[in-house]
Ligand binder design. Sequence first.
Ligand code: ADP
Ligand code: GLC
Length: 480
Amino acid sequence: MKKVLFAASESVPFIKTGGLADVVGSLPKCFDKRYFDVRVIMPKYMSIPKEFKDQMKYLTHFYIDLAWRSQYVGILEMEYEGIQFYFIDNEYYFSGPKPYGDIYSDIEKFSFFSKAALAALPAIGFQPDIIHCHDWQTGLIPVFMKERFREGEFFAGMKSVMTIHNLKFQGVWDVKSIKDMTGLPEYFFTPDKLEAYQNANLLKGGLVFADAITTVSNTYAEEIKMPFYGEGLDGLMRARANDLRGILNGIDYEEYNPETDSCIDFPYNAVDFRKEKIKNKRALQAELGLEQNDKKFMIGIVSRLTDQKGFDLIAYVMDELCRDDVQIVILGTGEDRYENMFRHFDWKYGNKVSANIYYSEELSHKIYASADAFLMPSLFEPCGLSQLMSLRYGTIPIVRETGGLKDTVDPYNEYESTGTGFSFSNYNAHEMLRTIRYAHSIYQNKKREWNKMIDRAMAADFSWHTSAMKYQELYDWLVG
Ligand code: ADP
Ligand code: GLC
């Protein structure tokens, strides 16, 4: 039996700001339980819903040093859907309204979490063979494993994997502060270790010291070796190319299932969608105050509102797009400029555009089920889960060919009648608009073709099955 510990800053159902939480919450369930015991450790945020906090059981507590402070580490546990979760409790760090705040505090918060997660293991008696770290928040774990946790039997031979969900976020601050905060010696702060461009970089530490590196699609694994996508670490990605592999994300096919989804009003499946799916569109049009009309081409967007997601392209051609016979439904939160942009277009084109600037699991499912197409014109996209959810619900994705979008959406070919969506390659607003209009024309004039595309989309399999096996192979390769 191989023992694996996932360390991450978010996981469904406890806390979620993006796809990372979906991955950490759904992947552990998909390993072969006969051979793998996969558990998860994460912070116990104040903002975790009370129903879960009430179920957590106190295990133990102790203190660790961080910077000049001695910090309390409480450990709680809870089993959820067969997976053992551990929570690190510390009110000083984890009591904010959201998991992330300003970057400086976050760096200290997650340095604490990384050290505490390692220190917790002997205390709870779980000795993993592999610690699987996710994103910059856990970048110091492989570093600490090579430093203070190196000695003694307990950590000897323990391996680490670092998964990049988004290379853009690295946890960067000045060397002196990070040295003080982590207690790591001078030795670690050189350009071949934690230092990058005169600063200290937590993710870089993880990428240098981890035994293996993965990212969440093959295309992104290639892209990040190039300057445009490499976020300043492309040299390191090239240097570690042999230890870097792309393993595509999946989604939870139980949770995202149009046949059993309790968030949607009219369940449907791959057989009856021609009759049933439209009922969800009607219901959503009514709920959001859009024109009640089956024929309107409804485009959905569910997203963090950041420049990663290509909103500059949308801003550029939104007026042109709104002259077409379309409806646009947005659900998202993020940067003020994008929130305000969508509020503005909602005001300007009231019965065509619905901007929902908040977070709602329920509305997100309704959009995946109701829209005709789903727009995701990302500037870069390590994997992307929203397009997988759309495919699962027979909502045709329109995407830019980057990262995981390229690997999961097969562009429509009208001559061969293949494909599950539409895509364009350059980061160019009119190329996007042309692609949307092409999709619209198929929707309007070739309904049978469109429905056959839905057949293919719903038949595509992006459950975790295949990818979980690839992680298992990686674990087997690391610890024989
Ligand atoms: P990223 O992780 O970059 O944000 P992904 O496509 O991997 O992008 O995952 C986004 C996840 O967050 C999806 O599950 C999506 O449905 C969800 N999501 C994003 N914004 C919202 C929102 N405002 N309300 C509900 N769910 C959202
Ligand atoms: C990141 C990426 C997204 C990916 C998710 C889960 O948030 O932006 O593309 O799907 O992580 O791996």
